[in-house]
Design a protein around this ligand. Structure first.
Ligand SMILES: [Zn+2]
Ligand SMILES: [Zn+2]
Length: 295
């Protein structure tokens, strides 16, 4: 019996409705599924209700993006080569969707996202370009507005010749109109998950972009001091060798292990359940959660 503990729905960037996932998981032969949308619990109520009808074990979850700077905080700073920062995603499992701190975090992130694009457009205006937010919204056509849409408008208006140029001159990390993304610290993310009675798990450790085994161990140990409960050892980006070394590290640091496909529907080619995560992984997670909440 298998489970899949990492999936996305239309509540973030997946293509299946949260209410369709339980039945799809059942059809894929799974016995348990977690919904872990990016920075939102919006799909959870629909997901849990559908799981009851489909008679499949369901885990309410979330995947929070956090600032990866912490992972490099005490590596030797080299003035010529600043560390290349990877991606730090933290999964929350068995969370209370309505928990106040988690709701606050989501509102903060929504607000930051809503302000960032208009701020970049204001900078472009200051640079003398005639571009309005309405035009960008129109180009996005109902999708979440992002820098590529701003780039498209710049191209249409002849300010740049390509999206590439739009990023290198204006919208990229070193561009003149770039506005930094406001991010949660790892500590805030873990706290918000714990405050919602959840377990905090480091997602896809390969994406941290850490080269050596010692750097990785150092980073995970640091997250553990902030309260990390587990790490995702099976993931579609992981080579079997990665899964093995992450499992060893988890044992060494006394962390839970989890796994999932990172299913996004038709947006990616990964199938639900493709990681063949044994149901015992779900059961261990559930047991830890019960101990945590004292039930
Ligand atoms: Zn992720
Ligand atoms: Zn994900």
């Amino acid at each position: 019996m298998y489970c899949d503990l990492h999936t996305h729905s239309t509540a973030s960037d997946g293509t299946d409705a949260p209410g369709d996932l339980p039945m799809l998981a059942k059809q894929a032969g799974l016995s348990a599924i977690a919904l872990t949308d990016h920075d939102t619990t919006d799909g959870l109520a629909e997901f849990l209700a559908a799981a009851k009808i489909a008679r499949i074990r369901a885990v309410p979850g979330i995947e929070l993006s956090a600032d990866p700077a912490i992972l490099h905080a005490d590596t030797d700073p080299s003035p010529d080569q600043p560390p290349r920062l990877g991606t730090l995603h933290l999964l929350g499992y068995f969370i209370q969707p309505e928990a106040p701190l988690l709701a606050e975090v989501q509102a903060h992130l929504r607000e930051a996202r809503a302000q960032r694009n208009p701020q970049m457009i204001a900078r472009l205006n200051e640079l003398g370009m005639d571009i309005h937010y309405d035009e960008v919204i129109q180009i996005a056509g109902g999708n979440i507005v992002g820098r590529p849409h701003i780039g498209q408008v710049l191209m249409q208006k002849g300010y740049v010749k390509s999206i590439h140029e739009a990023f290198s001159r204006y919208l990229g990390g070193r561009g003149e109109a770039y506005v930094r993304k406001d991010r949660l610290s790892a500590e805030q993310a873990i706290q918000a998950i714990h405050d919602a009675d959840g377990l905090a798990v480091l997602a896809h450790p390969t994406q941290l972009g850490l080269e050596s085994a010692s750097q990785l161990e150092h980073a995970v140990a640091r997250l553990k001091t902030l309260g990390l409960d587990g790490m995702e050892t099976r993931h579609s980006d992981h080579h079997p060798r990665d899964t093995e070394r992450f499992s060893k590290l988890a044992t060494k640091l006394n962390l839970l292990t989890t796994g999932g496909s990172d299913y996004h529907g038709s947006r990616k080619t990964l199938a639900l359940g493709c990681q063949k995560v044994p149901l015992s992984v779900y059961e261990d997670l559930l047991e830890s959660h019960r101990q945590r909440i004292g039930g």
